[in-house]
Design a protein around this ligand. Structure first.
Ligand SMILES: [Mn+2]
Length: 489
């Protein structure tokens, strides 16, 4: 009897001790879900991205986490489909049902000009948009900074935190301050924004920076401040080879602890084939494929070796599909398709305007084409005004046009050139950049920075004039008898 009583006392003592210990706060840190991304034009892959996010939320519910922090790029696009929005709402509603707040910032991929998707979700009560006024969980304050375009980083005004925080700060001193950002941050080699600058410029001490944008897991310390990327929830490219993960941030009296948990996602299989015998090229490739289990996977066949050997990509694709691969991908290393891990950055983002201009030049657009491109690209022109603006500008162009000029010859010159075989999609290279982040392709990336895409009208006018001058000096071999407006535009 006495023993039993003593045990009871012991147990109750333990309980008293535990209740005096500071409560543990657990936060799940995730980012870069890219919901809506139909990778490799596959609907199954779209579902994979959704499922990956969904499984992270399931874990949060199961682990009875105190909050989910999302560091940007919940959506892959600023214009997700209704289906994407509904599916996401359902997942967030599940989290809400478990009484777990979803705290988020806006990433570069999903960023709209004014009101954000996150505002809609906040209005519905299924998300909270982080900002200069902290979201508090007991002694922990969580702040957020939406994605800032690279060119605007030097202009970032830290004082927005002074005014917003004053009232709250004076009322309450937090033990820990967490900052959520969607940015490439130093001290990591890919950094564009110096973490030390951020830490020193804010009016409160930062204990952890929970980051998104870079798709690979990273964790380090800058002084006493944790700086960490949780990684994307699904593989946005073949370069993202590592197992996907999210972070668990545990906070108690003794400090902040960050641990990593894996997400189970669809497998990517990489098959390397070296070709050195012409007669047996396909047999070699098929044999190599058979050595791998590609069933239900995104399967890459990387071909290297003798450049003279002709390979039918469609046959290899078919074989991969027959073996059960979900998505067949072939990379011809011989012609410069690089394996993502070793790939170097081939596109310069130092001047996106220049990059856009270069690409437009390659398209051989006519004067009218350039005008329309400019209108479509101009973020200050609303979608509903595109028609009117085009009509007005093209009308003006027609008014100013001298119809006694010889007809420009662009279209016929193109047609006169030898007909090129259409390139099978399988040969089209996957855009591979060394940075394992989310620069899926140059044009897409450029278009994210709304403010940066401004086409210099003067330069454009000059180019149009130059084009015209070129046409004027060109000898026309066969002038059609009847002129269409399209011949001039
Ligand atoms: Mn991203």
């Amino acid at each position: 009897m006495i023993v039993y009583v003593n045990t009871a006392i012991l147990i109750s003592n333990t309980n008293i001790i535990e209740s005096h210990m500071s409560p543990k706060i657990k936060i799940l840190h995730t980012a870069d879900s890219h919901i809506g991304y139909r990778q490799y034009h596959s609907d199954v892959r779209r579902q994979d991205f959704l499922d990956a996010f969904s499984s992270v939320i399931d874990d949060a519910i199961e682990m009875k986490i105190d909050a989910v922090v999302h560091a940007g790029d919940l959506f892959d696009s600023r214009n997700p489909t209704l289906e994407d929005i509904l599916d996401t709402m359902n997942i967030l509603a599940r989290l809400k049902g478990a009484d777990i707040p979803f705290l988020a910032i806006v990433g570069n991929h999903e960023s709209k000009q004014h009101t954000q998707w996150l505002d809609l979700f906040q209005n519905m009560g299924i998300a909270i948009r982080l900002g200069t006024v902290p979201y508090e969980i007991e002694e922990v304050a969580i702040y957020g900074i939406d994605s800032v375009a690279k060119s605007k980083i030097p202009l970032f005004d830290y004082s927005i935190f002074d005014s917003a925080g004053d009232e709250v700060q004076s009322m309450h001193e937090y033990k820990y301050n967490l900052l959520v950002m969607h940015q490439l941050i130093n001290p990591f080699a890919f950094g564009e924004w110096d973490s030390e600058e951020v830490i020193q410029s804010l009016p409160f001490e930062v204990h952890a920076m929970l980051l998104g944008d870079y798709h690979k897991y990273e964790k380090t310390k800058v002084g006493d401040c944790w700086v960490t990327y949780c990684g994307s929830t699904e593989r946005n490219s073949a370069a993202e080879r590592e197992t996907r993960s999210y972070n668990i941030i545990t906070i108690n009296d003794s400090g902040i602890d960050i641990s990593r948990r894996n997400i189970s996602t669809r497998d990517f299989e990489f098959i390397e084939v070296l070709l050195d015998d012409d007669a047996k090229a396909h047999e070699t490739i098929f044999a190599a494929i058979k050595e791998h289990d590609v069933s239900g996977k995104v399967a890459f066949v990387d071909i290297s070796g003798n450049t003279d050997i002709v390979v039918s990509f469609s046959e290899v694709e078919e074989f991969l599909l027959k073996q059960g691969a979900l998505v067949p991908r072939i990379r011809d290393i011989r012609v410069g398709d690089e394996i993502a891990d070793n790939a170097l950055v081939s596109v310069s983002f130092s001047d996106p305007d220049e990059a856009v201009k270069e690409e437009i030049k390659k398209m051989d657009l006519t004067g009218a084409g350039l005008v329309i491109d400019e209108i479509v690209r101009d973020m200050l022109i609303g979608k509903s005004k595109l028609d009117n603006e085009t009509e007005m500008r093209i009308g003006k162009l027609i008014e100013e046009m001298d119809f006694t000029d010889p007809i420009p010859h662009i279209k016929r010159e193109v047609m006169d050139s030898p007909v090129e075989e259409p390139i099978p999609e399988s040969i089209c290279k996957e855009t591979t950049v060394g940075y394992a982040g989310d620069l899926k392709n140059a044009n897409e990336y450029v278009s994210e920075d709304e403010d940066e895409v401004e086409i210099d009208e003067e330069v454009m006018d000059k180019e149009v004039t130059e084009e015209k001058a070129k046409f004027a000096t060109k000898k026309t071999t066969s002038v059609p008898k009847q002129y269409n407006l399209g011949d001039y535009l």
